[in-house]
Design a protein around this ligand. Structure first.
Ligand code: SAH
Length: 210
């Protein structure tokens, strides 16, 4: 159920859904999603569905992970990426295999601890995790070449815009309802350009830490 064939099926499905980036597909093939979900759901780890990870949070569905990563890398591969919402750490693990350094912020402490163990089990050493409200970003390491937000704010937090480097892109779901619109925001020499990509469903970005 966690075999290579199961993962290959997931990759073929993602191709059918329109994911084109070979490097993103290969990285998903190489990433053991079953270690990031609760044991009870391991047999469904490669289905195209969001799964519970505790604390009312979910690991995003593989399509969404693939699409956001593809959008982040489309024009150029960023070196330093900020992720807001570590959650299970699966998206973090995918990013860590594709870019030089990943900084990831999570507001729920036990989730962060669990993600840390999974990332260690995978031997990924280019990741830094912080227990904090991600709406503040992580100023110590800014500016970032890329920002990926995996929980939905109603509007983009100002700190995340401030910490985005020139020419860098932010991938962020925006909207207060159950469905949001995925956006790509590019920082140009003079301001910010915003593209709407497609509807997505994320948990809301919540203020404060627990
Ligand atoms: N990328 C994750 C998705 C997890 S769901 C994965 O692949 O598993 C979104 C996560 O964002 C949740 O863990 C939630 O606790 C976290 N989150 C929500 N609001 C946040 C905030 N203000 N700062 C940091 N993390 C936040």
């Amino acid at each position: 159920m966690t075999s290579r064939r199961t993962r290959e099926r997931m990759i073929r499905r993602l191709e059918g859904q329109g994911i084109k980036s070979r490097i993103v597909l290969d990285t998903l093939l190489a990433t053991p999603r079953h270690i990031f979900v609760e044991d009870a759901f391991a047999s469904r780890a490669y289905d195209d569905t969001a799964l519970p990870i505790g604390f009312n949070q979910t690991i995003s569905q593989p399509y969404t992970i693939a699409r956001m990563t593809e959008l982040l890398l489309e024009r150029r591969t960023p070196e330093k990426v900020l992720e807001v919402g570590t959650g299970s750490g699966y998206q973090t693990a995918v990013l860590a295999q594709l870019v030089k350094r990943v900084y990831s912020v999570e507001r729920i402490y036990p989730l962060q601890q669990r993600a840390r163990r999974c990332l260690q089990d995978m031997g990924l050493r280019n990741v830094r995790l912080k227990h904090s409200d991600g709406a503040w970003g992580w100023d110590d390491y800014s500016p970032f070449d890329g920002v990926l937000v995996t929980a939905a704010p109603a509007e983009v937090p100002q700190a995340l815009l401030d910490q985005l480097g020139r020419g860098a892109v932010m991938i962020v779901p925006l909207g207060a309802g159950r469905e949001q619109m995925l956006h790509r925001i590019t920082r140009t020499e003079t301001g910010f350009e915003m593209e709407s990509i497609e509807p997505v469903t994320f948990v809301p970005l919540v203020a404060g830490t627990v």
